[in-house]
Design a protein around this ligand. Structure first.
Ligand SMILES: *Cc1c(COP(=O)(O)O)cnc(C)c1O
Length: 220
Protein backbone atom coordinates (compact mmCIF):
# COMPACT_ATOMS: atom_id res chain seq x y z
CA UNK A 1 0.00 0.00 0.00
CA UNK A 2 2.65 2.52 1.10
CA UNK A 3 4.83 1.44 -1.82
CA UNK A 4 2.05 2.06 -4.35
CA UNK A 5 1.19 5.42 -2.85
CA UNK A 6 4.78 6.63 -2.99
CA UNK A 7 5.14 5.49 -6.59
CA UNK A 8 1.86 7.17 -7.49
CA UNK A 9 2.86 10.49 -5.95
CA UNK A 10 6.35 10.41 -7.47
CA UNK A 11 4.84 9.93 -10.92
CA UNK A 12 2.89 13.17 -10.55
CA UNK A 13 5.86 15.23 -9.35
CA UNK A 14 7.73 17.22 -11.99
CA UNK A 15 11.47 16.64 -12.28
CA UNK A 16 13.38 18.54 -9.63
CA UNK A 17 10.65 18.34 -6.98
CA UNK A 18 11.70 16.21 -4.02
CA UNK A 19 9.35 14.24 -1.81
CA UNK A 20 9.59 14.40 1.97
CA UNK A 21 7.58 11.50 3.41
CA UNK A 22 6.11 12.88 6.62
CA UNK A 23 6.21 9.96 9.03
CA UNK A 24 5.30 11.71 12.31
CA UNK A 25 3.13 9.56 14.59
CA UNK A 26 3.70 6.51 12.41
CA UNK A 27 5.79 3.53 13.57
CA UNK A 28 9.24 2.57 12.32
CA UNK A 29 7.73 -0.43 10.53
CA UNK A 30 5.86 1.91 8.18
CA UNK A 31 8.99 3.97 7.57
CA UNK A 32 10.77 0.72 6.72
CA UNK A 33 8.13 -0.09 4.13
CA UNK A 34 8.61 3.33 2.51
CA UNK A 35 12.37 2.88 2.73
CA UNK A 36 12.12 -0.48 0.95
CA UNK A 37 10.17 1.32 -1.78
CA UNK A 38 13.19 3.58 -2.28
CA UNK A 39 12.14 6.56 -0.18
CA UNK A 40 15.07 8.18 1.64
CA UNK A 41 13.79 11.54 2.92
CA UNK A 42 11.54 11.50 5.98
CA UNK A 43 9.99 14.41 7.84
CA UNK A 44 9.25 14.54 11.56
CA UNK A 45 7.94 17.29 13.80
CA UNK A 46 8.76 16.10 17.30
CA UNK A 47 12.33 15.94 18.53
CA UNK A 48 12.15 12.84 20.75
CA UNK A 49 10.27 10.91 18.11
CA UNK A 50 12.78 11.79 15.40
CA UNK A 51 15.75 10.84 17.59
CA UNK A 52 14.16 7.49 18.48
CA UNK A 53 13.49 6.68 14.84
CA UNK A 54 16.93 7.84 13.73
CA UNK A 55 18.47 5.38 16.18
CA UNK A 56 16.67 2.32 14.83
CA UNK A 57 16.42 3.10 11.13
CA UNK A 58 19.01 2.70 8.32
CA UNK A 59 21.71 5.37 8.39
CA UNK A 60 21.34 6.57 4.81
CA UNK A 61 17.98 8.19 5.62
CA UNK A 62 17.84 12.00 5.39
CA UNK A 63 15.91 13.22 8.41
CA UNK A 64 14.13 16.55 7.95
CA UNK A 65 12.75 18.41 10.91
CA UNK A 66 9.58 20.08 9.63
CA UNK A 67 7.79 21.28 12.77
CA UNK A 68 8.22 24.20 15.12
CA UNK A 69 11.60 23.69 16.80
CA UNK A 70 12.27 24.82 20.36
CA UNK A 71 15.76 26.21 20.89
CA UNK A 72 16.42 24.02 23.93
CA UNK A 73 15.91 20.89 21.80
CA UNK A 74 18.18 21.74 18.87
CA UNK A 75 21.09 19.92 20.51
CA UNK A 76 19.35 16.53 20.27
CA UNK A 77 18.97 16.61 16.49
CA UNK A 78 22.05 18.65 15.55
CA UNK A 79 24.33 15.61 15.10
CA UNK A 80 22.27 14.05 12.33
CA UNK A 81 19.47 16.27 10.97
CA UNK A 82 19.72 16.86 7.18
CA UNK A 83 17.46 19.89 6.89
CA UNK A 84 15.55 22.06 9.36
CA UNK A 85 12.52 23.47 7.53
CA UNK A 86 10.90 25.96 9.86
CA UNK A 87 13.41 28.50 11.18
CA UNK A 88 11.37 31.52 12.20
CA UNK A 89 13.68 33.65 14.38
CA UNK A 90 17.26 34.80 14.62
CA UNK A 91 17.31 33.29 18.09
CA UNK A 92 16.66 29.81 16.68
CA UNK A 93 19.13 30.30 13.82
CA UNK A 94 21.81 31.28 16.33
CA UNK A 95 21.21 28.18 18.44
CA UNK A 96 21.30 25.88 15.38
CA UNK A 97 24.61 27.51 14.43
CA UNK A 98 26.01 26.96 17.91
CA UNK A 99 25.00 23.31 18.05
CA UNK A 100 26.21 22.68 14.49
CA UNK A 101 29.59 24.11 15.47
CA UNK A 102 29.78 21.73 18.42
CA UNK A 103 29.13 18.86 16.03
CA UNK A 104 31.68 20.26 13.55
CA UNK A 105 29.15 20.42 10.77
CA UNK A 106 27.07 22.84 8.71
CA UNK A 107 23.32 22.36 9.03
CA UNK A 108 21.10 23.32 6.06
CA UNK A 109 18.02 25.31 7.08
CA UNK A 110 14.98 26.91 5.48
CA UNK A 111 13.35 30.11 6.70
CA UNK A 112 9.64 29.85 7.37
CA UNK A 113 7.52 32.60 5.88
CA UNK A 114 3.99 33.22 7.04
CA UNK A 115 1.72 33.66 4.03
CA UNK A 116 -1.42 31.97 5.36
CA UNK A 117 -4.46 33.82 6.65
CA UNK A 118 -4.55 31.83 9.88
CA UNK A 119 -2.92 33.58 12.81
CA UNK A 120 -1.82 30.41 14.58
CA UNK A 121 0.87 29.56 12.06
CA UNK A 122 4.50 30.33 12.84
CA UNK A 123 6.95 32.13 10.58
CA UNK A 124 8.39 35.48 9.56
CA UNK A 125 6.00 37.93 7.89
CA UNK A 126 7.21 38.50 4.29
CA UNK A 127 8.44 42.04 4.99
CA UNK A 128 10.05 40.99 8.22
CA UNK A 129 11.89 38.21 6.42
CA UNK A 130 13.19 40.57 3.74
CA UNK A 131 14.37 43.00 6.43
CA UNK A 132 16.09 40.16 8.23
CA UNK A 133 17.93 39.16 5.06
CA UNK A 134 18.92 42.78 4.33
CA UNK A 135 20.26 43.20 7.86
CA UNK A 136 22.84 40.53 7.04
CA UNK A 137 23.06 39.52 10.71
CA UNK A 138 22.69 35.93 9.52
CA UNK A 139 26.10 36.15 7.83
CA UNK A 140 27.87 35.66 11.15
CA UNK A 141 26.33 32.18 11.49
CA UNK A 142 28.80 30.15 9.50
CA UNK A 143 27.61 26.72 10.59
CA UNK A 144 24.17 27.07 9.06
CA UNK A 145 23.48 27.06 5.35
CA UNK A 146 20.39 29.11 4.55
CA UNK A 147 18.95 27.14 1.65
CA UNK A 148 15.50 28.53 0.89
CA UNK A 149 11.98 29.08 2.15
CA UNK A 150 9.28 26.98 3.74
CA UNK A 151 5.60 27.87 4.07
CA UNK A 152 2.18 26.45 4.78
CA UNK A 153 -0.95 27.66 3.00
CA UNK A 154 -4.25 28.33 4.70
CA UNK A 155 -6.24 25.20 5.38
CA UNK A 156 -9.10 25.92 2.97
CA UNK A 157 -10.83 24.53 -0.11
CA UNK A 158 -10.31 27.84 -1.89
CA UNK A 159 -7.67 26.88 -4.44
CA UNK A 160 -7.30 30.45 -5.69
CA UNK A 161 -6.32 31.58 -2.22
CA UNK A 162 -3.90 28.68 -1.73
CA UNK A 163 -2.29 29.43 -5.11
CA UNK A 164 -1.89 33.11 -4.25
CA UNK A 165 -0.22 32.27 -0.95
CA UNK A 166 2.29 29.94 -2.60
CA UNK A 167 2.84 32.57 -5.27
CA UNK A 168 3.63 35.14 -2.59
CA UNK A 169 6.26 32.82 -1.13
CA UNK A 170 7.70 32.20 -4.59
CA UNK A 171 8.01 35.93 -5.27
CA UNK A 172 9.83 36.39 -1.98
CA UNK A 173 12.11 33.48 -2.83
CA UNK A 174 12.93 35.10 -6.19
CA UNK A 175 13.50 38.53 -4.65
CA UNK A 176 16.03 37.10 -2.22
CA UNK A 177 17.66 35.02 -4.97
CA UNK A 178 18.10 38.16 -7.08
CA UNK A 179 19.44 40.30 -4.21
CA UNK A 180 23.09 39.25 -4.31
CA UNK A 181 23.20 38.09 -0.72
CA UNK A 182 25.84 35.54 -1.67
CA UNK A 183 23.70 32.58 -0.63
CA UNK A 184 25.38 29.61 -2.32
CA UNK A 185 22.62 27.14 -1.51
CA UNK A 186 19.50 29.25 -2.02
CA UNK A 187 17.58 26.56 -3.92
CA UNK A 188 14.71 25.08 -1.98
CA UNK A 189 11.02 26.01 -1.92
CA UNK A 190 9.36 23.74 0.62
CA UNK A 191 5.62 23.92 0.17
CA UNK A 192 2.76 21.55 -0.52
CA UNK A 193 1.18 18.89 1.72
CA UNK A 194 -1.25 16.02 1.03
CA UNK A 195 -4.18 18.30 0.23
CA UNK A 196 -2.47 21.08 -1.67
CA UNK A 197 0.73 19.74 -3.22
CA UNK A 198 -0.59 19.75 -6.82
CA UNK A 199 -1.15 23.51 -6.44
CA UNK A 200 2.23 23.95 -4.76
CA UNK A 201 4.18 22.37 -7.62
CA UNK A 202 2.46 24.74 -10.04
CA UNK A 203 3.65 27.64 -7.91
CA UNK A 204 7.34 27.09 -7.44
CA UNK A 205 7.61 24.23 -4.97
CA UNK A 206 10.80 22.16 -5.19
CA UNK A 207 10.04 20.06 -2.12
CA UNK A 208 6.68 18.69 -1.00
CA UNK A 209 5.99 17.37 2.50
CA UNK A 210 3.41 14.59 2.29
CA UNK A 211 2.16 12.54 5.21
CA UNK A 212 -1.42 11.24 5.27
CA UNK A 213 -1.56 10.55 1.54
CA UNK A 214 1.30 8.06 1.98
CA UNK A 215 0.80 6.66 5.47
CA UNK A 216 -2.92 7.22 6.09
CA UNK A 217 -4.52 9.13 8.91
CA UNK A 218 -2.42 9.89 11.96
CA UNK A 219 -3.59 8.62 15.34
CA UNK A 220 -2.54 11.23 17.89
C1 LIG B 1 2.22 17.11 9.35
C2 LIG B 1 2.88 18.05 8.43
C3 LIG B 1 2.88 17.85 7.04
C4 LIG B 1 2.16 16.68 6.36
O1 LIG B 1 0.79 16.84 6.41
P1 LIG B 1 -0.21 15.90 5.55
O2 LIG B 1 -1.44 16.70 5.43
O3 LIG B 1 -0.39 14.66 6.36
O4 LIG B 1 0.44 15.63 4.26
C5 LIG B 1 3.57 18.75 6.25
N1 LIG B 1 4.20 19.81 6.78
C6 LIG B 1 4.21 20.05 8.10
C7 LIG B 1 4.95 21.23 8.61
C8 LIG B 1 3.56 19.19 8.97
O5 LIG B 1 3.58 19.44 10.29
Amino acid sequence: MITERIKGIKQTLPEGVRLVAVSKFHPASMIQEAYDAGQRIFGESHVQEMVAKYEVMPKDIEWHFIGHLQTNKVKYIAPFVSLIHAVDSEHLLKEIDKQAKRCERVIPVLLQVHVAKEETKFGFAPNELLEFMKSEVWKQYENVSISGLMCMATNTDDEVQIASEFEQAKELFDTIRDSNFDLQNWKTCSWGMSDDYPIAVKHGSTMVRIGSLIFGERIY
